[in-house]
Design a protein around this ligand. Structure first.
Ligand SMILES: NC(=O)c1ccc[n+]([C@@H]2O[C@H](COP(=O)([O-])OP(=O)(O)OC[C@H]3O[C@@H](n4cnc5c(N)ncnc54)[C@H](OP(=O)(O)O)[C@@H]3O)[C@@H](O)[C@H]2O)c1
Length: 284
């Protein structure tokens, strides 16, 4: 029996494995990775590696065993049919008879196109009859704080979210919730709506950046169309730019403001404040 984490070499997956290793012996953790070389540090710590690709269902044969607790971290290949990718993992978990499959989904309140793959995956998971946990992750602070260079260069935060507020938290917070589910009891067939304790708007974000950098940084709200053009101008493929701009429209409507308290309750501590996430990013 093992705790199995897919996407283990991704940003969130690395936090999850790191935090699991603080709670359980390394030989009880399996990291599912596409590229073994990327996971050499995990293997060195005694974590079992399984090499598998969401695009090749046969590579999941034998990855799971009866009684395993599995975290399926949603993929990031938007153009490759993420629902079929996730189904391949769910099918393999079902065939093996795992004890739990937790899935990193999107908030139930999020109506943007980005959420479609998550809703479809949730349906497949529920229809599978497997014991499940839906970790409906809200937005990451890092979606913004990892892209500070253009903001600092132009002295402007440009978004299409109006005065909307977002309950973001750090990836480490969402990882802590996942670890609580994977190592705790009583999470079968539960849905958690996860978000940061305090919602913030982009004007506050710009003000906090100004405070910490000593530079004048303002929020420049633009329309969804203008933002889509800015993103394509920066080199993003049109469809992806449209999806990301759609998220801003959802933020303006309040669809990423989550007030359940599920995240800090599961993590057992308050979520990371925006100011701390900015400070961490500025430190590099
Ligand atoms: N809540 C949010 O704000 C937010 C923001 C962005 C994304 N997300 C979603 O949350 C997920 C985790 O976030 P993250 O920051 O950890 O993203 P990330 O760093 O891009 O990690 C994605 C992980 O998925 C793995 N993966 C992608 N395609 C795969 C395939 N075909 N087969 C096997 N593994 C595959 C990647 O493997 P490699 O390590 O080999 O590349 C990586 O480990 C993302 O994939 C996305 O679905 C959420």
């Amino acid at each position: 029996m093992s705790i199995v984490v897919t996407g283990a070499t991704g940003h969130l997956g690395r936090h999850v494995v790191q935090q699991l290793l603080e709670k359980v012996p390394a030989d009880q953790v399996t990291a599912v990775v596409r590229d073994e070389a990327k996971a050499a540090d995990l293997a060195a710590r005694g974590v079992r590696l399984a090499v598998a690709d969401y695009n090749r269902p046969e590579t999941f044969d034998g990855v799971f065993a009866a009684g395993d607790k599995v975290l399926l971290i949603s993929g990031n290949e938007f153009d490759k049919g993420r629902v079929a990718q996730h189904k391949a993992v769910i099918d393999a978990a079902k065939a093996a008879g795992v004890a739990l499959l937790a899935y990193t989904s999107a908030p139930g309140s999020l109506k943007a196109a980005l959420a479609d793959d998550h809703r479809d995956t949730e349906e497949i998971l529920l229809a599978s009859g497997l014991p499940y946990t839906l970790l409906r992750n809200g937005w990451y602070h890092e979606n913004y704080t990892e892209n500070l260079a253009p903001v600092l260069e132009h002295g402007a935060v440009v978004q299409a979210a109006g005065e909307g507020r977002v309950s973001a938290a750090s990836r480490a917070d969402y990882a802590a919730a996942a670890v609580a589910v994977l190592t705790g009891e009583g999470h079968e067939n539960k849905t958690y709506e996860l978000g940061g304790d305090e919602a913030w708007g982009f004007a506050e974000y710009a003000a906090e950046l100004s405070r910490q950098t000593g530079k004048e940084i303002t929020y420049n709200p633009v329309t969804v169309d203008a933002y889509t053009q800015i993103l394509t101008g920066a080199g993003l493929p049109g469809p992806l730019a449209g999806v990301l701009a759609g998220v801003d429209a959802s933020i303006e409507k309040g669809e990423l403001a989550i007030s359940t308290g599920d995240l800090s309750r599961l993590a057992g501590r308050p979520t990371t404040p925006l100011a701390d996430a900015i400070a961490a990013a500025l430190k590099g």
